[in-house]
Design a protein around this ligand. Structure first.
Ligand code: GUN
Length: 304
């Protein structure tokens, strides 16, 4: 990119783009091989415990993926599958045992939990130093205060992609669409740490389109299919689409995944843009293992 806005430069994913489509899948694969090499140098195996409660079909697929990737990276994978009738006390006791287990450096309780369980209490029972999901109140506080801690995987994945493509984020205007504890708020904190000027937009924000058009970095994390239109994009902006929405495809009876950004409209204008699928999604699991490695090094006091 030479900073000039001219004719669309490339064709990727069947769409003319001004800039470049960010290949999250390739970046995540690279990150996983670096993590695997780092794990092999350690005198112990970092351990990741994953807890699945109940029979949610999507959660089962996600957890199977996490277990497989953990093992492929040479880490110890500890998994607990509990019945849908598990009590709060039983689940809290399991988390307490994992907190005390010296072979376990990271703990992830897969969400959503069955409705009768109090997820906040369960998550906040995880020891913050083993909170590889970055979901505890202590992890959120450490992030907001600029203290060392563990950062939620999807926001961390977004930051790594941004740094890889833009290098220095200092002084850039960032607009984050969405204010969830899981994505919007931690991404905003990370961008602030990188000296971006950050605006968090939400359902009550006025003139969202005009606000988005001021963004050098636009993060969409609202869970609304293709809400961000092409004319919301500042030419040359970097667009990170966190949305994963399943919608009806053109073929009757078929579905497809789309993001929160209307990709075909936005890509011709963006300097960099993540696709869905294949953008932010693959980064989440890679960052889970990166967090597990970080937690293991800190707990075992291994110098880098
Ligand atoms: N369910 C869907 N995504 C996630 C995640 O990132 N962490 C946890 N714990 N549960 C999830």
């Amino acid at each position: 990119m030479n900073g000039q806005i001219s004719a669309p430069a490339r064709s990727n994913f069947g769409v003319q783009t001004l800039g470049e489509i960010i290949d999250g899948k390739a970046f995540a694969a690279n990150l996983l091989s670096t993590i695997t090499a780092e794990v092999a140098k350690l005198p112990f195996k970092p351990g990741l415990a994953v807890v699945l409660v109940g029979d949610d079909a999507a959660s089962r697929v996600y957890v199977a993926n996490k277990i497989r990737t953990t093992e492929q990276a040479g880490m110890l994978s500890v998994h607990h599958r509990l019945g849908a009738d598990t009590t709060q006390a039983e689940l809290l006791a399991l988390v307490a045992r994992l907190n005390a287990d010296p072979n376990v450096h990271g703990i992830l309780v897969q969400l959503p939990l069955p409705k009768h369980l109090n997820a906040d209490e369960v998550i906040n029972t995880i020891h913050p130093d083993k909170d590889v999901d970055g979901l505890t109140v202590v992890s959120a506080g450490r992030l907001a205060s600029g203290l060392p801690g563990l950062v939620s995987c999807t926001p961390l994945g977004c930051l790594l992609l941004l740094q890889d493509h833009l290098a220095d984020l200092s002084g850039l205007n960032a607009v984050v669409l969405g204010r969830s504890n899981l994505v919007g708020k931690p991404i905003a904190q990370l961008l602030l740490q990188q000296n971006c000027t950050v605006t968090i937009a939400h359902s009550k924000t006025r003139d969202l389109a005009a606000l988005c058009k001021t963004a050098d970095i636009l993060i969409a994390a609202v869970g609304r299919p293709e809400m961000v239109r092409g004319d919301w994009i500042k030419p040359g902006a970097t667009v990170i689409d966190v949305g994963i929405n399943r919608v009806a495809a053109a073929t009757p009876g078929k579905t497809k995944l789309v993001g929160d950004v209307a990709f075909a409209e936005a890509a011709p204008l963006a300097g960099f843009i993540t696709p869905v699928p294949g953008g932010v999604g693959p980064m989440t699991i890679a960052c889970l293992l990166r967090n597990t490695l970080t937690a293991a090094r800190r707990i075992e006091k291994i110098e880098r």
